[in-house]
Design a protein around this ligand. Structure first.
Ligand SMILES: Cc1cc2nc3c(=O)[nH]c(=O)nc-3n(C[C@H](O)[C@H](O)[C@H](O)COP(=O)(O)OP(=O)(O)OC[C@H]3O[C@@H](n4cnc5c(N)ncnc54)[C@H](O)[C@@H]3O)c2cc1C
Length: 160
């Protein structure tokens, strides 16, 4: 990846949140399938604004971007098969609000599913989707994969 693009990514998300060394990239080359595709860079944005800026500069340069939650997917969706940038949502893991009256939660995409379940249960609510990976998979990945679990038989999957 050209140095200028790497520097632009570091300006957006900070040096510590841009990975471009061979060993670091390898950790983001797989999901739970046997597929592999090594990215040219991994960026861990901390906000929506950073995500927007990253997408703008990647789009301008025609660089592919692959979003990634926990990498537990079983369809290869988080594998950067054409290289480019992996956009890892591991830092964007905040539950922003739980509106008990309207039963609406607002979350960042990197919230771990089990954490969301526990948080709403403290408010007397119930979040049904329960993929077997719920202890580590994320809401962003659940939405993209339309994940379900044992409870799907009664309540349906994530995006019914
Ligand atoms: C042990 C195990 C048990 C599992 N059990 C189940 C199960 O019972 N039911 C089930 O449905 N699945 C199951 N899965 C598959 C997997 O856990 C789910 O598909 C889960 O939803 C993936 O979440 P993730 O955060 O790991 O996403 P990732 O694997 O990181 O990504 C999955 C897809 O989502 C996209 N994505 C991730 N975050 C975002 C975002 N913020 N914006 C846009 N796109 C995004 C990625 O690009 C990719 O295409 C299991 C997997 C394992 C390893």
């Amino acid at each position: 990846m050209e140095q200028q693009l790497l520097e632009a990514l570091k300006d957006i998300s900070g040096n510590e949140n841009v990975i471009s060394d061979e060993t670091g990239l390898l950790a983001y080359a797989y999901d739970a399938t046997r597929l592999k595709g090594t990215p040219n860079a991994v960026v861990r944005p901390g906000s929506e604004e950073e995500v927007s800026k990253i997408l703008i500069i990647a789009n301008e340069r025609g660089v592919p971007v692959v979003p990634r939650g926990a990498g537990s997917g079983l369809s290869g969706g988080a594998v950067p098969s054409r290289g480019g940038i992996v956009l890892s949502f591991e830092r964007m893991n905040r539950i922003i609000s739980i509106d008990t009256k309207n039963r609406i939660v607002t979350v960042q995409p990197g919230v771990v599913t089990a954490d969301l379940q526990a948080a709403v249960e403290e408010e007397g609510l119930f979040y049904p989707p329960d993929p077997g990976s719920l202890a580590f998979c994320t809401i962003g990945g659940n939405v993209a994969e339309n994940a379900g679990g044992m409870r799907a038989m009664i309540y349906g999957v994530t995006c019914v």
